[in-house]
Design a binder for this molecule. Structure first.
Ligand code: HEM
Length: 173
């Protein structure tokens, strides 16, 4: 169903997931953690669904754009990356110039892809954020209005009974 939220029509989404149902989760690309590590220089590819919550946009941007044009590998099979403090990462460069085929007019550069991906990952971390922000104010104001109307009508009916119980101080002369 997330494919629909991304803007695909039912038909397009059905084509993408042919063998599966729309409510299925995406299948993991590796059979096990061991296999995932084996294919990635001993490191496990992280779950990126919440990455924008624990890493800053700038950090992710520096990582994605930090490979430069010449990718250098060291003896432990790590790739050089200027964006990281250690200077090396187990992740192969995921982006390349013109690696995305689309009809948009945005530039096909790693810098632009990185910006788009970060925007997407931020949406992924909280897909309901926009809707939540849009409905919070109307819900809160309607609650306040209903609450004050209710209190007002209750007070009107009970005014006498409520105030009756409060002893009026008398001056003793
Ligand atoms: C555009 C797509 C991708 C993005 C945006 C991305 C992003 C990231 C980020 C932000 C990290 C660092 C996480 C952290 O330390 O908190 C990371 C690490 C990693 N990613 Fe990717 N990644 C992408 C594609 C891939 C692909 C296709 C693979 C391999 C199948 C991969 C394998 C890894 C591995 C193995 C690490 C751990 C690196 C290490 O510990 O040195 N990534 N990725």
């Amino acid at each position: 169903m997330d494919l629909l939220k991304l803007g695909y029509t039912h038909k397009q989404a059905a084509l993408l997931v042919k063998k599966y149902r729309l409510i299925d989760y995406f299948k993991l690309p590796y059979k096990s953690v061991i296999q995932a590590k084996r294919f990635n220089n001993g490191s496990l590819p992280p779950d990126l669904s919440l990455v924008t919550k624990y890493r800053s946009f700038q950090w992710i941007y520096d990582l994605l754009t930090g490979y430069g044009n010449t990718i250098i590998r060291n003896e432990s099979n790590l790739y050089q990356n200027k964006g990281l403090e250690s200077g090396w990462t187990a992740m192969r460069p995921p982006l390349a110039y013109e690696c995305v085929k689309d009809n948009f007019c945005s530039p096909h550069t790693i810098h632009q892809y990185s910006r788009d991906i970060i925007g997407f990952l931020d949406w992924v971390s909280e897909p309901w954020l926009n809707i939540r922000q849009r409905i919070t104010l109307p819900i809160l104001s309607s609650l306040i209005i209903t609450g004050s109307m209710l209190t007002n009508s209750l007070m009107k009916n009970n005014n006498k009974t409520i105030w009756d119980y409060i002893p009026i101080p008398r001056c003793s002369e």
